[in-house]
Every structure is written in structure tokens, then in C-alpha cells.
Design a protein around this ligand. Structure first.
Ligand SMILES: Cc1ncc(COP(=O)(O)O)c(C=O)c1O
Length: 383
């Protein structure tokens, strides 16, 4: 299989626009990729549409999606889970909502390392849980790191549930075993809980990094965490509504049991089928996509240096999101400036909890990436 990445031009993508291409300008914001879906996913979707079989899923289809999830986890990270531990849900945000509603005390504060995925800043509050933001710090190599002292202080201030995002949207870190174990020690010392969002796990770009599922570290982390994942980022199917919440604590599973059928009911039939196909049969497609993203991340470094002097950038270790430090630019709101003056739609870092930064989605054709950065550079030069 060889994906023709350059064939996914803005003109083509606008013909059947997804959210990313629904605004004027080059879409470099919401976390979708421009490369369609793997052939095996398209095939199962075509078959189910042709058969008109878009009704409720069978028990077997539900079981297959759960089993495929466990096979994927075992094959890619050596984490042995049981299909009975896989709670199907519509999406990761629903998994977080269910966790907040059923697995933590009402009103218990949530600890959120920032910057972070935008809805995590607001969704807990909607469910009555105040958010304690903990700004990140830096590794000796200048990479983003979680501030463990800040997280410790947030637990001491009453925080009960930490949201861990790994690989991290938006900073692109893939946390290593030592970092995760150090975090686990802090959580454990306070009897805290962790919601581990691992939706970007298939998208590790840096060859020296490996995704380590937090719950797989040891018995403590399995007991104090729940893990959310989905095929929706790796294989580009977020509109199909199917995600998985892995319950590695029997007490959590018991508490969620009465709600389990209703949560699974929200996963769509095409989503279940596509998820099983993605986890079981789409490694080659994913490998090509990851290679393209890795090359785009490297090219973006050159393009930033050429076009956006003064902007800070580290190649993401994982995800397809680049985190640009635009604080030195002579503009008030760089994301708005790029949308209005360069025709490039990015995500304002303020919505991730870090004003002055810009999140740039690099999951696009190389030619589009080059065009976007040229337009951004020209707009800045024009003042
Ligand atoms: C880190 C992270 N978590 C969750 C989501 C949303 O996932 P879902 O559509 O399954 O709710 C996204 C989407 O961009 C994400 O990047």
C-alpha cells in the first residue's frame, strides 16, 4: 500500500468538508487528518452500507470490538487486558463524563496539567468538578514536562482525579516509564485517581519513544486509574463514535455496571466495525501515516526557522500536533492573526490554557504544510 499524501489537496478536501476544512483558510486546527481512512475500514463501512445493516449492533459485533481492543493493546504495548474490562462508549469525552459522574466523589476537584486538550479545561466544571490547573515545566533538554511538585500541591489542596494525556495533546510528549512511575508515586501518596487519555497512542513519531499505557506500569497504577482510548485519531474515524474505557479496578467496574449497557449503546454500529478493522488490520496504513507525520514534523522545523523567526518549536514525539511558542511575535493573538491575515486556521494556545502559543495540526500533505508556513511568514513580514 502506498498512500498518495499529496493527492489530499485543500481543493479535494473542501469537496466533502470535515470540521477541519469547514472554515475559510488552510485547516490546521481540529485534530483530524487529511488522509481519509484505511482501505480495510472503508471496506467494512461500504459492506455495511450496501447491506443496509445500519441498525443496532449484534452482541457479536460488540464483543469483537472489545476483543480487538485487547488484541491491539497486547500486540503493541504488551499490556494484557481482558475483553470484560473494556467498556465501550461513544467517545473519550463521554468516558471522562462517566468517570466524573460515577467513579469520583461528587464535586471532587480535578487536577489538570496545562496546557492540555481544550475540553479538559471546561468539561469537569460542567459536571460540578472544579479544575485545578498545574502549568508544566521543562526537562533538562528543554522539552515540556509535568510539574510533579505542582501536582503534589494540587492533591494536597483537595484534588482527587488527575487527567493524564499521553501522548500529550498539545505538547507532543510521549512520557517515558520513569516519568510515569514518578507521577504514579505522587498519585499513590495521596490515594488519588487518574483518568489516562491515551487516544493518541498509535501516533508515536519519535523512533526512540514507546507508548507505555499508564495502567500497565504496575498493580498500583492499574488500581488507581481508568484508561480511555479509541481508534479515532490513529485511523481518522472520530465521526464514527466508538471509544473504549479500560477498567482495571474491579470496584470501578462494579460501580459502572448498571450504566454499562447505556454507555455501550452510544457506540455506533459502523464505529464498532471500523474500530475492530482498524485495531486488527490496518498496521501498514498506520505505519505509512506515521512515517509521513514524522517527516512533516521535521520539515516543519525547517519551515518555522525559515518563515517564523523567533518562534519556538520542538518536533512532537507523538500526536500530529505541533506546539508553537509564538510569544515573541509582535502580534496580540497569533492564532487569530494567522487566520485573518495568513489564511491558516490554527488553535489558540489560550484555549489549551497557554496564551501566546499556537497549536498547529501537521496531518496534511507536505505541499499544504509548505504553503501554510509560507503564508504565515508572508503575513508576518507584511506586518
Ligand atoms: C487528547 C484528546 N482526547 C480526546 C479527544 C476527543 O476524543 P473523542 O472525540 O473520542 O471524544 C481528542 C480529540 O482531539 C484528543 O486530542
Amino acid at each position: 500500500m502506498t498512500i498518495d499524501f499529496e493527492s489530499f489537496t485543500p481543493e479535494l478536501l473542501r469537496r466533502h468538508p470535515t470540521e477541519k476544512w469547514s472554515r475559510p483558510g488552510i485547516g490546521a486546527w481540529v485534530a483530524e487528518m487529511d488522509f481519509g481512512v484505511p482501505p480495510a475500514v472503508a471496506e467494512v463501512l461500504r459492506a455495511v452500507v450496501d447491506a443496509g445493516a445500519l441498525a443496532y449492533p449484534t452482541d457479536r459485533q460488540l464483543a469483537e470490538a472489545r476483543a480487538a481492543t485487547t488484541r491491539w493493546l497486547a500486540r503493541t504495548s504488551g499490556w494484557e487486558t481482558d475483553p470484560g474490562q473494556v467498556q465501550l462508549v461513544a467517545d473519550v469525552l463521554t468516558a471522562l463524563a462517566a468517570t466524573l459522574e460515577h467513579l469520583v466523589e461528587p464535586g471532587a476537584p480535578v487536577i489538570l496539567p496545562v496546557p492540555n486538550y481544550m475540553p479538559f479545561l471546561t468539561l469537569p466544571e460542567v459536571f460540578g468538578h472544579p479544575v485545578l490547573r498545574v502549568p508544566g515545566t521543562s526537562t533538562p533538554r528543554g522539552r515540556h514536562a509535568m510539574d510533579l511538585e505542582g501536582i503534589d500541591a494540587a492533591f494536597r489542596a483537595g484534588g482527587r482525579l488527575l487527567i493524564l494525556c499521553n501522548p500529550h495533546n498539545p505538547v507532543g510528549r510521549v512520557y517515558d516509564r520513569e516519568e510515569l512511575l514518578a507521577l504514579a508515586a505522587v498519585v499513590d501518596a495521596h490515594g488519588g485517581r487518574v483518568f489516562s487519555d491515551e487516544i493518541h497512542a498509535p501516533l508515536v513519531l519519535e523512533p526512540t519513544c514507546r507508548h507505555v499505557p499508564y495502567a500497565s506500569l504496575d498493580r498500583r497504577t492499574a488500581a488507581h486509574s481508568v484508561t480511555a482510548l479509541a481508534a479515532s485519531k490513529g485511523w481518522n474515524i472520530p465521526g464514527l463514535k466508538c471509544a473504549q474505557l479500560i477498567l482495571t479496578n474491579d470496584d470501578d467496574a462494579r460501580r459502572l455496571a448498571p450504566f454499562s449497557p447505556f454507555l455501550a449503546h452510544q457506540a455506533s454500529t459502523p464505529g464498532l466495525l471500523a474500530t475492530a478493522a482498524a485495531y486488527d488490520r490496518c498496521d501498514a496504513w498506520l505505519a505509512e501515516v506515521v512515517a509521513h507525520l514524522r517527516a512533516n514534523a521535521a520539515r516543519l522545523g525547517e519551515l518555522v526557522a525559515e518563515n517564523l523567526p523567533g518562534v519556538g518549536y520542538h518536533e512532537p514525539e507523538g500526536t500530529y500536533l505541533a506546539w508553537l511558542d509564538t510569544r515573541a511575535l509582535p502580534v496580540d493573538n497569533p492564532s487569530r492573526f494567522f487566520a485573518e491575515r495568513a489564511g491558516v486556521v490554527t488553535t489558540d494556545g489560550a484555549s489549551c490554557g497557554a496564551p501566546g502559543f499556537v497549536r498547529f495540526n501537521l496531518a496534511m500533505a507536505r505541499g499544504t504544510l509548505e504553503r501554510a508556513l509560507r503564508q504565515m511568514g508572508d503575513a508576518l513580514a507584511a506586518g
